[in-house]
Design a protein around this ligand. Structure first.
Ligand SMILES: [Mg+2]
Length: 208
């Protein structure tokens, strides 16, 4: 499966739909260790992204993802707007002028997405953040592509790794963001950012 701009448009629409569906769950997860608005913030932002999408795939992948990032920064409140906004902008910067992406392009973009998150959030794996879903997804995608697994299957494995990574945040002590103020009391709750990050990767795997 080559990834085209049309695939990316599917991805963004599907991500918005998943986030809308999971809005209350994301709010509930955030209520346990944050301020209960993660689902509402992302739902508003991704709805604004979808509203501004071009009708057809006439744009290039880089311009598309950079515009998504700008839109998310403008519309998502809290910490997650700048985090995801920067992630999409950095991914887009790797895809300037690209219309059709091969596996290595997708990997480079996803790595840049993760690097955008870590540049803004300063989190490492194990800090109970988005990084705990995204880093295993990038590692798994790299391993699968390195083993010459087809891109669509490689993305499914990456999405499974992101889901497992989000689930693995449950026993962690939060060390970044608002949840870090809770210290040990953050244990036993799945991180909302890792959960939304896993939804975004799942939407990518389902987009082809
Ligand atoms: Mg919040």
């Amino acid at each position: 499966m080559p990834v085209t701009t049309a695939t990316l448009l599917n991805w963004l629409r599907h991500a918005a739909a998943l986030i809308h569906e999971q809005r209350d769950r994301l709010n509930d997860l955030d209520a346990a260790i944050g301020d209960a608005d993660h689902g509402a913030n992302l739902d508003r932002g991704f709805a604004a992204v979808v509203e501004a999408l071009p009708a057809g795939p006439e744009t290039d992948a880089g311009s598309l993802l950079k515009a998504v990032g700008v839109r998310l920064i403008a519309t998502v409140g809290g910490a997650s707007g700048p985090l995801y906004g920067t992630a999409f902008r950095r991914a887009g910067m790797q895809l300037e002028g690209a219309q059709t992406l091969v596996g290595q392009d997708v990997l480079t973009a996803l790595q840049a997405f993760l690097d955008g998150i870590t540049a803004i959030g300063k989190a490492e794996r194990g800090d109970k953040t988005m990084v705990d879903a995204l880093a295993p997804a990038v590692t798994t995608l790299a391993q699968a592509l390195g083993a010459e697994v087809a891109l669509d299957e490689a993305l499914r494995r990456a999405a499974d790794a992101a889901d497992a990574g989000a689930l693995a945040t449950v026993p962690m002590v939060a060390r970044r963001g608002r949840a870090a103020y809770l210290g040990e009391r953050s244990v036993g709750h799945q991180d909302p950012g890792a959960t939304s990050a896993a939804l975004i990767i799942r939407a990518l795997a389902d987009a082809g």
